[in-house]
Design a protein around this ligand. Structure first.
Ligand SMILES: C[S@@+](CC[C@H](N)C(=O)[O-])C[C@H]1O[C@@H](n2cnc3c(N)ncnc32)[C@H](O)[C@@H]1O
Length: 253
């Protein structure tokens, strides 16, 4: 199992994911393909077997979906950050690229300068130094290093941490520090976390500050539609809702 995880993580873009998260996704695939997995065990994890190849490919595919990804490698995004071409860097991540024309409107939702950003991607790069008193950014991918580089370059009081938010104990620790913040962003994250950890949203909604949670709108034949997401609305209780660009925002006090 350890070797299989190491093999999955050999891809450069997956190498900085946390091992426990990769293991969780692998176990998810194993539980769906039990027969296939016992064959693999019988074959002593032979890297040439079709079962071995299947697990490597399937887990990598799911990891890429969950964790979104850059169009280019980390080094080229790092270079853009060092050249202070932040808008160019924001274009390299699918979520921030989509939001780029709407950032002005989005930033109006935010009150206060003490910000938590869960599953941050490159979103912190859209915040100029004057809008930040303290920024805590969390992600499971290589964005963490890039966001820290941005904070250092701009001398921003911020910290990006590599943590697995599908782990309820990690989220509970963040709930404990959340009272020190004005707002907690969870942008295009919750669907993903629910798919690996059921009811994690209940824990996320316990953050003791204003919560801004977003979901992508689905585009069908050019028309944007908002899926009902009744499960989320029920959990959130009282909320304000706003659509900006290709994204639906829920504001929960
Ligand atoms: C669709 S992207 C959204 C990025 C950013 N919030 C935005 O909207 O610009 C989802 C982000 O969540 C992060 N993510 C996914 N699963 C995670 C987990 N279990 N723990 C921490 N971060 C996670 C991914 O690495 C990715 O950066």
């Amino acid at each position: 199992m350890e070797k299989l995880i190491a093999k999955i993580m050999q891809k450069k873009e997956l190498s900085s994911l946390s091992k426990s998260f990769v293991e969780k996704i692998l176990k998810e695939v194993i539980s769906e393909k039990k027969d296939f997995f016992s064959e693999l065990e019988k074959k002593n994890y032979n890297p040439k077997s079709k079962e071995y190849k299947f697990f490597v490919k399937e887990v990598r595919k799911r990891l890429r979906v969950v964790y979104g990804s850059f169009d280019e490698d980390k080094e080229s995004v790092k270079k853009l950050i060092d050249e202070k071409k932040y808008d160019e860097a924001l274009k390299k991540h699918v979520s921030t690229r989509e939001r780029l024309p709407f950032y002005g409107e989005f930033l109006e939702l935010i009150s206060g300068k003490k910000i938590m950003d869960l599953g941050c991607g490159l979103n912190p790069l859209a915040f100029k130094k004057e809008y930040i008193e303290n920024y805590l950014a969390i992600d499971i991918g290589q964005e963490v290093e890039l966001v820290n580089r941005y904070f250092e370059n701009e001398k921003i009081r911020g910290d990006a941490k590599l943590l697995d938010l599908s782990d309820k104990s990690v989220v509970r620790e963040l709930v404990n520090v959340s009272a020190n913040f004005d707002v907690c962003l969870m942008l295009k994250l919750v669907d993903t976390l629910e798919s690996t950890t059921r009811d994690i949203t209940d824990e996320l909604l316990k953050m003791k500050c204003k919560k801004i949670i977003s979901f992508p709108l689905q585009s069908i034949g050019g028309k944007k539609i908002a899926p009902q997401r009744n499960w989320f609305k029920k959990k959130a209780g009282k909320y304000d809702r706003k659509v900006i660009g290709n994204e639906e925002f829920f504001i929960v006090e």
